[in-house]
Design a protein around this ligand. Structure first.
Ligand code: HEC
Ligand code: HEC
Length: 361
C-alpha cells in the first residue's frame, strides 16, 4: 500500500481503537455503577428489589458477583475482537473466534463452550435470586399459616433454601451442556446394519466412492453425522439417513466404527513421490500447507482437535472431498481450515496426495 493509504489506515485504526476504548469503558462503568447501586440500594427501584429479596442493609445480592465478573470478561473479549477487527483480520481468524465462542474448543477431554458458560451463569444467578425470594417471602407466610410448630417451620424454610440452591447449581451446570452422549459400541454394531451395504460390515467399504469409517475418531464421526442431519454438510444419501438418527444413535455408531481397524490400501507407484512431498511438506510456492501438520505423519489425525484420520482412505473419496473443499461445496470445516488448504491445490496435486493417503499408515 502507498504512503497515503498507510497513513489513512493508521489514522483509522488509532482513532477507532480510541473510540472503542472510551465507549467500552463508559459501558463498563455504567454496568459497575448499576451493580454497585443494586448492592447499596441507591435508587428507589433498587431498594424495592432489595426489599423483595429481603436483603439486609449492606448485604450483597446473591449471584451478582458472577455477573460482575462475567461482564468484565465479556467487555475485555469484545474489546480484543473489535480491535483486531479494526486493524483487519482474515476471514479465518473471524470464523475461528465465532466458532470458538459458539461451538467451543477442546481442553483435554472436556469441550469448553463459552456461550453455554455465559448462559449457565446467568441462569444460576437468576435462580439463586428466585430461590432467595421464595425462601424469604413466600415460604414463611405459607408455612406460617399451617399448624406446623414453630421450630419445624424454620427448619422447613432453611432446608428449602439449601435444596433450592442445589437445584439452581444443577440446572446451571446442565446448561453448560458438556455432557455428551456416551457411545456404546455393541449397540452401534446392531445399528450399523443399514450402513453396512455401503460402508462395509466393519467400516471398511469396498467401493472407492464410499468412505472407510473403520478406525475413524468417534468425535469426528459424530460431528459429520450431526452435520449431515442439520444440512451443514450436504449429500443426498447421507442427509436422508442421518435425519433418522438420534444423538444416542450417532454416539453408538461412532463408538462402533472407531473401534474397528482400517484396512490400508495401496498407492499408485507413479504418484507416491509427489504425494508424499505434498503430504509432508506442502507446496511452499503456492502456499499449500503440509497435511502432516494437522493429520499427523502417519495420517492418524488428532482426536482432541477433531482432525480426522486419513490413513488408508480410498483415493477416489479423498480426491472428491478435496475438490468439494476447493469449490466450497463442502464448508463444514471449522475455521475454513480445509478450504484454505484445498483452495490452492491443482488437480494433479489432489490426485497424487489422495493416492499417497490410500497407502499411508
Ligand atoms: C447408500 C450408501 C450409503 C449408506 C447406506 C450409508 N452411507 Fe454414509 N456415506 C455414503 C457416501 C456416498 C458418503 C460420502 C458423502 C459425501 O461426499 O459427503 C458417506 C459419508 C459418511 C460419513 C462421513 C465420513 C467422513 O469420512 O467424513 C459418515 C460418518 C457416514 N457416511 C456414516 C454412515 C452411517 C452411520 C450410516 C448408517 C446409518 C451410513 N453412513 C449409511 C454412503 C452411504
Ligand atoms: C490446519 C489443519 C489442516 C491441514 C493443514 C490439513 N487439514 Fe485436512 N482436515 C482438517 C480438518 C479440521 C478436517 C475436518 C473437517 C470437518 O470437521 O469436517 C479435515 C478434513 C480433511 C479431509 C476429509 C476427511 C473425510 O473423511 O471426509 C480430507 C480428505 C483432508 N482433510 C485432507 C487433507 C490433505 C490432503 C491435506 C494436505 C494437502 C490436509 N488435509 C491438510 C484440518 C487440516
Amino acid at each position: 500500500m502507498g504512503f497515503r493509504n498507510l497513513s489513512l489506515y493508521l489514522f483509522k485504526g488509532l482513532l477507532g481503537t480510541a473510540v472503542l476504548a472510551v465507549g467500552l469503558w463508559l459501558l463498563a462503568s455504567l454496568l459497575q455503577d448499576t451493580f454497585d447501586g443494586v448492592d447499596a440500594g441507591r435508587y428507589a427501584w433498587q431498594r424495592q428489589l432489595r426489599d423483595r429479596l429481603s436483603l439486609k442493609e449492606g448485604e450483597p445480592v446473591p449471584g451478582l458477583i458472577w455477573l460482575r465478573l462475567m461482564t468484565v470478561l465479556l467487555i475485555w473479549l469484545a474489546f480484543g475482537v473489535m480491535v483486531v477487527g479494526l486493524w483487519g483480520y482474515s476471514a479465518t481468524f473471524g470464523s475461528l473466534i465465532r466458532e470458538g465462542i459458539t461451538e467451543g474448543f477442546q481442553l483435554g477431554p472436556v469441550r469448553i463452550i463459552p456461550i453455554n458458560w455465559v448462559i449457565g451463569i446467568v441462569v444460576f444467578s437468576v435462580l439463586v435470586t428466585l430461590v432467595r425470594w421464595i425462601r424469604n417471602e413466600v415460604l414463611p407466610e405459607w408455612v406460617g399459616k399451617s399448624r406446623i410448630e414453630r421450630g419445624a417451620q424454620e427448619a422447613i424454610v432453611t432446608i428449602s433454601g439449601y435444596v433450592g440452591i442445589i437445584i439452581a447449581a444443577i440446572v446451571g451446570l446442565a446448561t453448560l451442556g458438556n455432557a455428551q452422549a456416551a457411545g456404546d459400541a455393541e449397540a452401534g454394531k446392531a445399528k450399523s446394519a443399514t450402513c453396512a451395504a455401503c460402508h462395509g460390515p466393519d467400516g471398511n467399504s469396498v467401493a472407492p466412492n464410499f468412505p472407510k469409517l473403520a478406525g475413524q475418531h468417534a468425535g469426528y464421526i459424530t460431528k459429520q453425522l450431526a452435520e449431515y442431519k442439520s444440512g451443514e454438510r450436504s449429500n443426498a444419501t447421507m442427509n436422508g439417513l442421518a435425519a433418522t438418527l438420534s444423538e444416542q444413535d450417532m454416539a453408538d455408531l461412532a463408538a462402533f466404527y472407531a473401534a474397528q481397524e482400517v484396512k490400508i490400501g495401496q498407492a499408485a507407484e507413479d504418484k507416491v513421490a509427489l504425494g508424499e512431498s505434498l503430504y509432508r511438506a506442502g507446496n511452499p510456492a503456492s502456499g499449500v500447507a503440509a497435511c502432516a501438520a494437522c493429520h499427523g505423519p502417519t495420517g492418524i489425525g488428532n482426536p482432541m482437535a477433531n482432525f480426522p484420520s486419513l490413513s488408508g482412505q480410498h483415493a477416489e473419496y479423498t480426491a472428491t472431498q478435496l475438490k468439494y473443499f476447493r469449490s466450497g461445496e463442502r464448508a463444514n470445516d471449522a475455521g475454513a481450515m480445509m478450504r484454505g488448504v484445498a483452495g490452492k491445490m491443482t488437480d494433479p496435486e489432489i490426485e497424487a496426495v489422495s493416492q499417497y493417503i490410500q497407502g499411508l499408515h
